[in-house]
Structures are given as structure tokens and as C-alpha cells.
Design a protein around this ligand. Structure first.
Ligand SMILES: C[S@@+](CC[C@H](N)C(=O)[O-])C[C@H]1O[C@@H](n2cnc3c(N)ncnc32)[C@H](O)[C@@H]1O
Length: 249
């Protein structure tokens, strides 16, 4: 069995390797779950989700010089909202490929000044070099076919001294604990998949993507390869959740 094997009673799909297949698989999932996404992140994490996101926000330097923040894979706009609630006055742009997720984000942030959302892809981010002081990303890296390319894009977009902070699932090193985590995600995901969408496998993509994810240590190394300094990998809950950060020198 490979490092990320899952309980055999779930027949998981192989995580699509090329861009087209991955888009064709992932986009309809987020279109289906958009309205329930915030609820699901809370139940799957037993309410820990907000705590982890708040930790990400705390890693952002709160000085008056922050002018522009980009939130990648912005989804339903949780990070832009938290950043604003934390008192950051910068202009915030959320980018995501899925129009339905963006629709929820726009509704949630409608009363917030200077939060805008655009549709775009993580592999080719449509902004000029050095456009941002801070870039955040929540659960986005597992979805891109070439994580290194996205990290290079993030590096390109940051000004010197700019910070990147990413919240992502992780792959725990301990084999037994990893199996428990994956089984938990599959069982609870299946339950809520049936209850919310009448489709048990709606949330299996989380484990499917994790089985193909290179893991936090490797992504931390890729951050350094992309040119980032002060790279830190903070594991939560034994490594099933990680906060990766780096600064452009
Ligand atoms: C799990 S959600 C994360 C939402 C939000 N950041 C959060 O932390 O709750 C992942 C998001 O990534 C988006 N996504 C996946 N692949 C993408 C890509 N290649 N380019 C842009 N967005 C992508 C999906 O549409 C989805 O909204």
C-alpha cells in the first residue's frame, strides 16, 4: 500500500492529473456545494475552521503600509471578510475560478468597502509583477495541477517584503493517524454528502486530492525553490492541517 492508502471500502477516484480533466472534475463539485460550503467547513472541522483561519490572519503584519491583498482560491470569501474584520484597511481582491462560489462571496462581502472578486485561474494570475503586499490562500494548492507554477506566480505578484500565507490540509507522517484522518473525512463527508446533496461521494475529492498531494514538507521546500525566504510550516492537529508561509526577500 502506498503512503496515503485509504480504507478499501471506499472506491476513490484517481485525482485527475491534467488541467482539463481536473477542471472538469473539480468545477461541478464547487458549483454543487457552494451554498453549503461554509457550513461544511465548520462541521468537518468541528468548528476549528475559524480558529485556523484566524491564525493565518494573525501571521500578516498589521502595519499601515499594506495597500493591496490578494486572496487566492477565495471561494466564498471567508478570508477577505476575516481580513477586513481584523482591521486591515487594504484593498482586498479575491480570485477564484468558480462563478457560483464567487456569487456567494460577493453576497457575503457586499457591505464591505474595497473587497472585490474576480474570476481567474491559479496557474496564470492576471496581475502585474509586484502588485501585492500580502497574498493569502485557503485550501487552494491541492487543486492546481502544477503547484510549483502557482508558487512562482505568487512570488512574481508579491512586492519585496511581501508575505504569502496558505492554509491547507496536510499529510500526517504517522501512518496510523493518517488513516484515521482520511477515514474520518470520508465517513463524515459521506454522511453530509447524502444529507445535503443526496450523493455520498460529494466530498470524497478531499481525500482523493490529499492522496495525490506531495505533503507540507515538500511544498515548504518548493516555496524556498520559488525564491521565498522565512519559510515556515506550521502543523495543526498532528499535520492534517498546515499553515505555510514565506516572505519575498
Ligand atoms: C476548498 S475551496 C477554498 C475556499 C476558501 N479559500 C476557503 O478557505 O474556505 C477551493 C476553491 O478553489 C477554487 N479553485 C480550484 N482550482 C482553481 C484554479 N485552478 N484556479 C482558481 N480557483 C480554483 C475552487 O473553485 C474553490 O472555490
Amino acid at each position: 500500500m502506498n503512503r496515503c492508502s485509504q480504507p478499501s471500502w471506499f472506491s476513490l477516484k484517481e485525482w485527475p492529473k491534467n488541467v482539463r480533466d481536473r477542471e472538469a472534475y473539480v468545477d461541478p463539485i464547487f458549483t454543487t456545494i457552494a451554498a453549503k460550503y461554509d457550513f461544511m467547513t465548520r462541521v468537518l472541522s468541528f468548528g476549528q475552521e475559524r480558529r485556523w483561519k484566524t491564525r493565518v490572519v494573525r501571521l500578516i503584519p498589521k502595519n499601515g503600509s499594506l495597500e493591496r491583498i490578494l486572496d487566492l482560491a477565495s471561494g466564498t470569501g471567508e478570508f477577505p471578510l476575516l481580513l477586513r474584520h481584523a482591521g486591515l484597511e487594504a484593498q482586498i481582491i479575491g480570485l477564484d475560478r468558480n462563478p457560483t462560489m464567487l456569487g456567494v462571496a460577493r453576497q457575503k462581502c457586499a457591505r464591505q468597502p474595497e473587497i472585490n472578486f474576480i474570476q481567474g485561474d491559479l496557474m496564470q494570475i492576471p496581475f502585474k509583477d509586484h502588485s501585492f503586499d500580502v497574498i493569502t490562500m485557503g485550501y487552494g494548492l491541492r487543486y492546481v495541477v502544477d503547484i510549483r507554477q502557482t508558487l512562482q506566480e505568487v512570488f512574481r505578484l508579491l512586492r519585496s517584503g511581501g508575505r504569502f500565507v496558505s492554509l491547507e490540509f496536510g499529510v500526517p507522517n504517522n501512518h496510523f493517524y493518517r488513516r484515521i484522518c482520511f477515514a474520518y473525512l470520508l465517513l463524515l463527508g459521506s454522511f453530509w454528502g447524502v444529507v445535503l446533496h443526496r450523493k455520498g461521494d460529494t466530498y470524497w475529492h478531499i481525500v482523493e486530492s490529499l492522496k495525490a498531494y506531495p505533503g507540507q514538507e515538500t511544498v515548504g521546500k518548493w516555496l524556498k525553490d520559488a525564491g521565498f525566504g522565512k519559510v515556515e510550516v506550521r502543523e495543526q492537529l498532528g499535520g492534517i492541517i498546515t499553515i505555510l508561509s514565506g516572505t519575498r526577500p
